[in-house]
Design a binder for this molecule. Structure first.
Ligand SMILES: [Zn+2]
Length: 118
């Protein structure tokens, strides 16, 4: 399952940042071309997060629309889906500039950051 590997990647990033604090919510940005099914990702995340500091954390997904720059005419297009074609000239020779990202944008952790100095 595609979502399981994504969920695991998100979990690893979140745990690295959390440093043993409990995670309450994770905001992620997912490019449209990743074709992630939000429900499937939430389900997969609940599975991989079990027993970790992120167990029960809420996943907040933001989908990033795909976009590209045409190598033929140079115009920038939103790319709603496959095939990835230039809106201006119809060329399929388009360089992707957005749509494949998978980023952990923000983490919400239990309690405010403690007063310890960094
Ligand atoms: Zn073009």
């Amino acid at each position: 399952m595609h979502e399981l590997s994504i969920a695991d990647a998100v979990l690893q990033i979140a745990l690295t940042h959390a440093q043993d604090r409990r995670i309450e919510a994770i905001e992620i940005k997912v490019g449209h071309l990743r074709q992630v099914v939000p429900d499937a990702l939430e389900f997969a995340f609940a599975l991989v997060a079990e027993g970790t500091e992120a167990a029960g954390a809420e996943l907040i997904l933001e989908e990033v629309p795909a976009a590209g720059v045409c190598r033929m005419c140079g115009s920038e297009s939103e790319l709603p889906g496959f095939p990835l074609a230039c809106e201006a000239c119809g060329s399929l020779d388009v360089e992707l500039i957005r749509g494949e990202e998978l980023l952990v944008d923000a983490l919400t952790m239990e309690g405010a950051p403690s007063g310890r100095s960094r």
